[in-house]
Design a protein around this ligand. Structure first.
Ligand SMILES: Cc1cc2nc3c(=O)[nH]c(=O)nc-3n(C[C@H](O)[C@H](O)[C@H](O)COP(=O)(O)O)c2cc1C
Length: 509
């Protein structure tokens, strides 16, 4: 299978679209007897406890969210406490809720179905109070477990074809998905959720890093087999999705020591697992097999020229000084809004959310100028902005009106018939023009487009809560969304959806 055979990405995307017919015709049901455990647990490895007495950052949350990740300098010293802070506020368990059927461990970042299929691993050189090694992060007991001793960053440097940020990073975070933990509910669509839920997690991680001026760069170009081997993953079930290079400087990476399989025991996720070959196929088809291919893969799309606006244009009015609250405080308060009232939100707040979330991300596939997705809005109730549909013009920082009118009913339908997008004050859809993205990046561009949209979506989640309003991620009927925003959106594919507004039953601030 070749990354260049982009029919594979289209086949996966088209094959996992929601339509009225696909949802009505689905015979899938939730088999509670095999609901997967939401944690990867290595029962035979000693836990290395992480400290919970974090110091909180002082930079305002909105400034941290707006920062693409290129802090000047090396950033603060990375030690166990610094890693603990990053891990807690991106993948940590923040709340437990007991239900008649069991317990849900809510984590720092939103996740489809609260199924938490993303795991984090650390590959680091010698840090002040942590030996060099390859570690797995266990959110269930907030501890690291060492999978391999020694400095294995060299293997990551090789696998990423000497990606410059990886080559100088004291620590690398790898994020993986164990498909079954999400596919139990979402079947083959779970592969999209790898990037959606990886993206919301990274939005938290990037903001928490930016809040303390820690450089952080996302890396999606790597030899898949090499990283999967390093983390000792059973790749029919769990794969590496990407990396974040953290910090700069410190002890240089050593030449990679050789390493073999570990065969470590992990607790079973459920009595039985169901395999979804479409997921494995999409992942294999977007894999890179050599460092040479990785080096050729790297690099952003050229920035796309903005189309001249055809309709009424409204400049955003962001208020980035709006709140001094820290990103940690915002993350502790975030939780998906379960019911929206119909109350309006202010234009300042909508502007600020859009502005902050679209300052750009840094990665080997993207620059702040070369985004991969366009934002389309359905505005229901925003003070000072006529209800209707809009497209966001990134470079100009404006909203261009496509259609005036009230579209609550349509929004409810597009969001899979749920009340949330109908009752919200505004819905934001990320649509990507996949053809040029796949042309440039091959099938792996599909991973990149989904992830980039989800990181922005995750930033909007946090920006909304920083500004005192509610938000939730949502799923959608694919082609119906594109048709709704067409002709402007013709040919584009929906990557992500967020709804914003005031939670029902709360008085307006
Ligand atoms: C990409 C994405 C899509 C989601 N889709 C829906 C949805 O369609 N309907 C819904 O009620 N919640 C949806 N959610 C919200 C999740 O159910 C929620 O994040 C999860 O239960 C964890 O709770 P928390 O966000 O309050 O921490 C979605 C979340 C994400 C990140």
């Amino acid at each position: 299978m070749s990354n260049r055979d982009v029919a594979q990405a289209w086949a996966y995307h088209d094959g996992t679209k929601h339509s009225v017919a696909s949802v009505r015709g689905s015979r899938h049901f939730l088999d509670w007897d095999i609901m997967p455990r939401p944690f990867k647990v290595y029962p035979e490895l000693e836990p290395i406890a992480l400290p919970r007495d974090f110091t909180t950052s002082t930079r305002p949350a909105l400034a941290a969210l707006a920062e693409p990740g290129a802090a000047a300098g090396d950033g603060p010293r990375l030690d166990r406490a610094a890693l603990a802070r990053l891990l807690y506020f991106s993948a940590g368990v923040l709340r437990r809720k007991t239900y008649p059927g069991g317990e849900i461990y809510y984590r720092a970042a939103a996740c489809t179905g609260a199924l938490y299929h993303i795991d984090l691993y650390i590959v680091c050189g010698p840090l002040a109070d942590l030996e060099a090694g390859v570690y797995h992060f266990g959110p269930h007991d907030f501890a690291l477990r060492r999978l391999r001793a020694g400095d294995h960053r060299g293997a990551v440097v090789e696998a990423t074809a000497h990606e410059p940020a990886v080559a100088v990073a004291p620590a690398l975070v790898a994020f993986t998905s164990t498909f079954w933990r999400n596919a139990w509910k979402y079947e083959a669509r779970a592969y999209r959720h790898c990037f959606w839920d990886g993206g919301t997690l990274l939005a938290n991680l990037l903001a928490v890093a930016a809040a303390v001026a820690l450089p952080a760069r996302i890396v999606l170009g790597f030899v898949d087999d090499e990283l999967n081997r390093l983390l000792d993953l059973d790749t029919a079930r769990e794969v590496t999705l990407g990396l974040v290079a953290l910090g700069r400087g410190g002890a240089a990476a050593q030449p990679a020591p050789s390493f073999g399989p570990l065969g470590l025991a992990t607790l079973p996720l459920s009595a039985r697992e169901v395999d979804y070959p479409a997921i494995r196929k999409a992942h294999a088809a977007s894999s890179l097999s050599t460092a040479k291919k990785v080096a050729a893969w790297r690099g952003a799309l050229p920035a796309r020229p903005a189309l001249p606006a055809g309709g009424t244009v409204v400049p955003l009015a962001p208020q980035t000084q709006a709140t001094p609250e820290s990103i940690e405080a915002v993350i502790l308060r975030r939780g998906s809004t379960r019911t929206f009232g119909h109350q309006p939100m202010s234009f300042d707040v909508l502007s600020t959310i859009l502005h902050v979330a679209t300052r750009g991300i840094l990665g080997d596939f993207v620059t702040p100028e070369a985004s991969l997705a366009d934002l389309y809005l359905i505005v229901h109730a925003v003070d000072g902005l006529e209800p209707g549909t809009y497209v966001f013009q990134r470079a100009a920082g404006t909203l261009e009106r496509l259609r005036a009118g009230s579209f609550r009913r349509e929004a409810g339908f597009l969001g899979l018939g749920q009340a949330l997008p109908a009752d919200a004050a505004a819905d934001v859809f990320w649509l990507a023009d996949l053809a040029p993205i796949l042309e440039r990046f091959g099938n792996r561009g599909y991973r990149a487009a989904q992830l980039a949209a989800a990181i922005e979506g995750g930033k909007t989640y946090l920006a909304a809560f920083a500004l005192g309003i509610g938000a939730t991620g949502l799923t959608f009927f694919d082609d119906e969304v594109t048709a709704f925003f067409s002709p402007h959106a013709a040919g584009k594919s929906v990557m992500f959806l967020m709804a914003f507004g005031r939670p029902a039953g709360r008085r307006q601030r």
